[in-house]
Design a protein around this ligand. Structure first.
Ligand SMILES: C[S@@+](CC[C@H](N)C(=O)[O-])C[C@H]1O[C@@H](n2cnc3c(N)ncnc32)[C@H](O)[C@@H]1O
Length: 223
């Protein structure tokens, strides 16, 4: 078996890359991290840790990963965060944002890629905002915007990231940075947005909450 920088075989890497972002998206994330002066960062929805690894490679000195599963959700042979566990800068928290909020410091780089059903992405950010875990200005990255667009006609759920993006854009009267597919394919999937002090984030999150929910919301998940 050929070994890789992570100490996994090529076959294992293939499995670990099956349930998350691809290499091009990881490059986008690494670039976004490297162009922002990160104090501390968070990724909500770690899976195998491809995204966390990219953010740390991009320069995050302290990166917090939050995931409800202790094992990689696609293949339980691997721990959650397997591709990032070798970094000293990586801290893994098991649970929802609400469950682990007390373990998390204030961050200025937020990557949301967990439950894509509305209102979960908005709720994740809301729970961080109302507990004063966001350091302004912060960079927000949303993943899987394209899921909702690609399946718009079939009424596919998982519009959470898109609804949050639309609410932020309309409230702030500004388009989020262009969604980039590193292969040059115009299939919008990720976007980034800088949220500064002058913007009333709570108001735009409330705007997003006014859209019909795709998932039943357990009040216990709201702080
Ligand atoms: C699409 S994967 C994330 C991929 C990852 N960001 C990457 O870079 O490869 C979604 C992950 O979110 C986790 N998840 C689902 N619902 C969650 C929630 N409410 N809070 C935290 N994590 C959640 C799943 O266990 C899964 O590992």
């Amino acid at each position: 078996m050929t070994s890789t920088p992570f100490g996994f075989s090529k076959e294992q890497i293939q499995i670990l890359k099956s349930g998350g972002i691809n290499d091009e998206m990881a490059s986008f994330l690494e670039w976004e991290a490297s162009t922002w002066s990160i104090s501390k960062s968070i990724e909500i929805g770690v899976a195998s840790g491809i995204g966390s690894n990219a953010i740390i490679k991009g320069g995050s000195p302290e990166h917090h990963g939050v995931d409800i599963n202790t094992r990689f959700y696609r293949d339980k042979n691997f721990p959650t965060g397997a591709l990032a566990l070798h970094h000293q800068a990586f801290y893994l928290h098991i649970g929802t944002v609400k469950d682990v909020i007390q373990e998390i410091p204030k961050v200025n780089f937020v990557y949301i890629d967990a439950d894509h059903r509305h209102p979960f992405p908005t709720l994740d950010l809301w729970n961080m905002e109302i507990t004063d875990h966001l350091e302004y200005p912060f960079k927000l990255i949303l993943d899987d915007i394209g899921l909702a667009i690609a399946y718009r006609k079939s009424g596919f759920p998982y519009r959470g990231p898109l609804i949050l993006k639309n609410a932020l854009e309309s409230h702030f009267h500004q388009e989020l940075s262009p969604e980039i597919d590193m292969r040059g394919i115009p299939w919008p999937n990720q976007c980034s947005f800088v949220v500064d002090n002058s913007r009333n984030l709570r108001e735009s999150l409330l705007q997003s909450f006014s859209f019909p929910f795709e998932a039943e919301l357990d009040p216990a998940q709201v702080l």
